[in-house]
Design a protein around this ligand. Structure first.
Ligand SMILES: C[S@@+](CC[C@H](N)C(=O)[O-])C[C@H]1O[C@@H](n2cnc3c(N)ncnc32)[C@H](O)[C@@H]1O
Length: 222
């Protein structure tokens, strides 16, 4: 298993659609990598990158980049994108906290956050990907009122996010509490399933989705 992981690490570094801490591409992703002026969409905590690959196929007029710290997971999506000859999909190994070292302000048009670790303990709140600390990171790369899509199985994380957004004055554009049990969600929210999504649905969890615009300024919360 460890050997397989090491092989994937090595291959990831050599794949033409994969990057390891690509600080040199900051502000230059469209010009130097995608070679077009299409909007860039990030999938954060992408794991195997199911959203990156599926959205890249569905929306050829946009560029997609899966972001994760584990390259052996992204290797799966990167291989699929290469096999499908997707020129609008890429993967970058980097720490989400350091997004602004890899993207210019406004270089990213939209963000997906797919099944992030929920960090249920109060003392770990600041690690949740919807915590104000992370919202500030996203503000550094999005334009004002940039679009964020958030999908999770975790009730605690979803409720926390809703409560926080009330305090911050963020009114989500769409909240879907049962993605697969209703017709409320768009097809690409319903029909694309990630590895963790399948795992948690198999355990009877209900999948939740929220879409919101991130304002340029946020009030301080206690
Ligand atoms: C629960 S998994 C979800 C993976 C995938 N989105 C899915 O639904 O199958 C969470 C992912 O977040 C990644 N991750 C956690 N913290 C991170 C960070 N600070 N920066 C980059 N990736 C992170 C982990 O490596 C892991 O792949």
């Amino acid at each position: 298993m460890a050997k397989d992981k090491l092989r994937r690490f090595a291959e990831f570094l050599n794949f033409p659609n994969c990057f390891d801490y690509p600080k040199h591409l900051k502000g230059k992703w469209k010009q130097e990598y995608f070679k077009n002026n299409n909007p860039i969409v990030l999938e954060l905590a992408c794991g195997k990158g199911e959203y990156t690959v599926a959205l890249a196929a569905a929306f050829p007029e946009k560029n997609f980049i899966g972001i994760d710290i584990k390259s052996n997971r992204m290797w799966v999506g990167a291989r699929m994108a290469l096999a499908a000859k997707q020129e609008n999909a890429a993967f970058a190994r980097l720490i989400i906290e350091k997004l602004e070292e890899h993207f210019e302000k406004g270089e990213v048009s939209e963000i997906w956050i797919t099944f992030p670790d929920p960090f249920p303990k109060d003392r770990h709140e600041k690690h949740r990907l919807t915590h104000p600390r992370f919202l500030k990171v996203y503000q550094e790369v999005l334009p004002a009122n940039g679009l964020i899509n958030f999908k999770t199985d975790d009730d605690g994380l979803f409720n926390y996010t809703e409560e926080l957004f009330k305090q911050l004055g963020i009114a989500p554009i769409q909240v879907v509490r049962d993605v697969h049990g209703t017709e409320e969600a768009d097809a690409y929210v319903r029909d694309i399933s990630t590895h963790y999504e399948k795992l948690f649905r198999g355990r009877g969890r209900t999948i939740k989705f929220m879409k919101f615009l991130l304002p340029a300024q946020l009030p301080e919360v206690k």
